[in-house]
Structure formats: C-alpha cells, structure tokens
Design a protein around this ligand. Structure first.
Ligand SMILES: [Cu+2]
Length: 492
C-alpha cells in the first residue's frame, strides 16, 4: 500500500474511532455525560491528532527519506515525553471520578460502583430538582420545656409540631416589645404548668421521620450538584426531644435513589447509633428506636460506607436533646450547619459538578457552606434590638473543624461542643465546632445592623462559609458610635 493511501486510512480510522466514542458516551449517559466528559474528550482528541501526525512523520522519515536513525530518535523522544507526563499527570483529571480511587478504610472506599455512575447519567432526568437546598435557619421546633431564668417558673409545650417560634418580626413595632415567651403563650404553644406536670411529661415517645433523597440542586447559581439529603434539605431537619424520651425513627429510602442509606444518631447509645439497624435499599423503609439518655445537641448523619462520601453529599442534620429542666428561654433560635462539598470542577465552574473523591481524601473542598449552598442562610435571619438569640450550630464536615464566629458580636454563653450539664463558657469570641460535632451559642443583640456569621478560618468565606443575621431596631449611642459613611475613595 502506498504511503498516501495508508495515511488516508489512518486519518479515517482516527475519525471513525472519535465518532464512535462520542456515540458510545451519548448512548451510555446522554448529553449530560458528554458535557461532563468534554474536557477529557478534547484532551483525548488532541492526543489522537498528535499521535496520528507523529505516525505520518515517522512513516515518511522511514519510507521516503530512509532516515531510520532519525525516526527512531523521534520515536524515543515521543515515548520519553509520554512517560514523563504519565507520572506527573497520572490520568486525566476529570476521570478521577471515585471509581478509580483506592483507599484503606473499614468499609469500601470512596469509589462508587461504575454501574451507579452510568445509571446516574442515564436516569438524570428522573432525579428531583430542588430549587433551594438550604434548610431554613428559622426552622427550629418549639421548645418542649422552657426554663424561666428570672423566676424559675417552668413551662411546658404541649404542641409537638415543628413550627417555628421565630416569626415575631412581622408584627407591628409596638407589639415587638412583648417577650418571646409571652408570644408563645399567646399563640397557645406554651402553657404554664407546675413542676409536677413537667415530671410527668418526661419519657414520651417522639416519632422522627426521615426520607433519604438523591436530588439535583444548586451549590451556587448555575452550579449543579447531586445532593444526597435527609428530607430534601441540607442539613436535614432539626429534631427536638427531651432527655429520657424514647425516640422512634422511621427511615425511608426514596425508590428513585441509586444508593443504600441509613442514619447514625450521635444522641443514641447502641450499635452504629442506629446505623446498624437502619440500612435501607432504595424503596425500603425501616424503624428503630433509642432512648435519649444524655442531653445535648447532637449530629445525625448517614453512615453507609463510604460514610465520608455520603456526608460530603449533604447527609447530616442535628437533634437537640433538651435537659429535663429545659433550656433558658430566648427570643430567637436559629439552626445553622457548616458542610463541605468536593467537586471535580474548580470553584465557580458552571454546570453539573461531579463529586471528587480525591479532593475529599485530601481534605480540599471547593465549597464550604452554611446550610448546604452558598448564601444558604443569608437574608433569612432577623432579630430586633434587645432580643436574646440562640444558634444551634453544627458541622457536617467532613474534613474541617469550624471556628464559628459572628462579626461584631460576642457570645454571652457557649455550650461548648453542644454539651450540657457541665461548665458553660461566657464571653466567647469564636467557638470550635468539630466535624461531626456542634456548639450552642447565645447572646443578646444590642445594636442594629448586619452581623456576619463566619468560619473564622476566613478564606473559607470565599468558598461560601458565611451568612448574615440582620438586627433591626433603635441605635443605642451608649454602646456604639461612629460615622457609617463610605470611605472617601469609594465609588458608591
Ligand atoms: Cu447515605
């Protein structure tokens, strides 16, 4: 065969292989998979062109110019470069999808079955698309028992609903002076009772319902992630029970899901915190129970291997086990959980983002969020001057502790690491919230303005870890003063 024909055949073969590859990808996973693999295809196509051209060059050197030694030198040069690149790059980055990552944990590694990866792309249109993945930070169940600090009077809440008690901002200013506890009494949420009746209320059965879901939602505008959740939000719901209560958990794994899930309650004493008896396949439902023996603020999370992978998809939430005597009354309660997202695309890359197991193993998240996405708790939290405020702060991790801080505020009281019954901290600037742990902070808001919640490892604000508590009301010149105007060189 002459060289011209051979060259034509080679070029044609290259073209056909490229086309078949694209068709195979579309067949396996549709446009979404094609779009996801685009960088790899461009890389692969480029490499193909280079190899084909090198081959033409090699053949011409040998058969036309009879320069065999020069051809061999070129060949070895080419092999040498490829060897060098193969060590430094090792594999095309986009293919670091978990199926290729080897690890040595107790369960199986962060790799997902190839079958599930392909199935994900094939069924991508069947996954629910959730508009806002962030749990509303106001979504805090009403107190069960409230400890009145001033006169030691105890009150009982007979309403076990999870309605929030933090909606007083809508009322007219002259009604806003009514204290939070009075609001709740007026709403029928709380009824004064004797201490004897409080004793009787202990040891109730609390039914918690969890649905595990695999959905699509936005990390930031235009940046899509396949979240795995409890009850379709990140974090999952905040549950509220009382010390000594029997907690009955029902967990259902949505039928469209691809993976098994379960739940490990840090508030439970027993194998896996319930994880050992709650593994559910897609479509399956299970029940288990535990007694809330110890008061405190506890994380719950999915613990199906690989546990870190499930948590890094958003599978965490918290349960508050109130002490028997309740917590001191406050005017506002908020629920905020920090968490990390590991995506193959670097921060800001638009479109569908695939979970990156290697980045998770290295502990380098692209996004660190409050309540699951950037801006997850911004514009949602309000209080008025004079309010006492309590934050239930948690950390789903999966790698990093949070140095929780609110710019311009001081925590009057901290329940360190969400513990109860021991020493409380007072006058704290920044509190540690361990991965898989919590903290409770309380403070009175004294001055109007915007107070920024941060993880004080401050570069994490650029990854999304911040939110705003807005305080409205009268300025108090005895506490703070100054000129709020913009600097002279500001364009605003
Ligand atoms: Cu899970």
């Amino acid at each position: 065969m002459d060289l011209r024909k051979l060259s034509m055949v080679l070029a044609l073969a290259f073209g056909i292989i490229s086309l078949l590859t694209v068709i195979l990808i579309i067949y396996l996973g549709g446009d979404e998979l094609l779009s996801y693999l685009r960088p790899t295809l461009i890389q692969g196509f480029g490499l193909g062109i280079a190899v084909t051209a090198a081959l033409f060059f090699f053949l011409r050197l040998v058969y036309k110019l009879h320069a065999m030694s020069m051809a061999l030198a070129m060949l070895f040069f080419f092999i040498g470069v490829v060897m060098f690149m193969s060590v430094s790059v090792s594999r095309m980055y986009v293919l670091q999808y978990p199926v290729f990552v080897q690890s040595f944990g107790p369960g199986h590694g962060p790799g997902l079955p190839v079958k599930n990866v392909i199935t994900f792309f094939q069924r991508i249109d069947e996954f629910e698309r959730v508009g806002d993945i962030a749990r509303d930070p106001n979504d805090v169940p009403s107190p069960i028992v409230v400890k009145e600090v001033e006169n030691n009077k105890t009150m009982l809440n007979n309403d076990m609903g999870s309605t929030t008690s933090t909606s007083t901002l809508e009322v007219a200013p002259n009604e806003m002076v009514v204290s939070g506890i009075a609001d709740m009494v007026n709403n029928g949420a709380l009824l004064p009772v004797s201490s004897h009746e409080v004793e009787m209320s202990q040891g109730e059965v609390r039914e918690l319902k969890l649905e595990t879901t695999e959905i699509l939602s936005e990390i930031a505008p235009g940046i899509i992630f396949n979240y795995w959740t409890f009850n379709n939000t990140v974090p999952g719901p905040l549950f509220r029970v009382s010390e000594g209560d029997m907690v009955k958990v029902t967990i259902h794994n949505r039928a469209t899901n691809l993976h098994n899930h379960n739940v490990d309650f840090h508030a439970a004493t027993g194998p896996g915190g319930g994880g050992a008896v709650s593994v559910v396949a897609p479509g399956e439902t299970k029940e288990f129970y535990f007694k809330a023996l110890n008061p405190g603020l506890y994380v719950y999370h999915c613990a199906v291997p690989n546990m870190a992978v499930h948590m890094a998809h958003g599978m965490y939430g918290m349960i508050l086990v109130e002490p028997k005597e309740g917590l001191p009354k406050v005017d506002k309660e908020f629920y905020v959980m920090q968490g990390e997202l590991y995506t193959t695309g670097t921060i800001g890359r638009q479109g569908l983002q695939i979970f990156d197991a290697q980045k998770m193993m290295d502990g380098i998240p692209e996004y660190i969020t409050f309540n699951g996405r950037t801006g997850g708790v911004t514009g949602k939290m309000q209080a008025k001057v004079g309010d006492t405020v309590r934050f239930y702060v948690g950390n789903g991790g999966v790698a990093h502790n949070s140095s929780f801080h609110i710019v311009g505020e001081i925590f009057d009281t901290v329940y360190p690491e969400g513990s109860m019954g021991g020493a409380l901290f007072h006058n704290v600037q920044t509190t540690n919230v361990p991965a898989g742990g919590s903290s409770i902070v309380e403070f009175k808001v004294d001055y109007p303005g915007k107070y920024v919640l941060v993880d004080h490892a401050l570069m994490r604000t650029d990854k999304g870890a911040w939110g705003i508590l807005e305080v409205v009301g009268e300025k108090d010149d005895t506490i703070f003063g100054g000129n709020f105007s913009a600097p002279a060189n500001s364009s605003h």
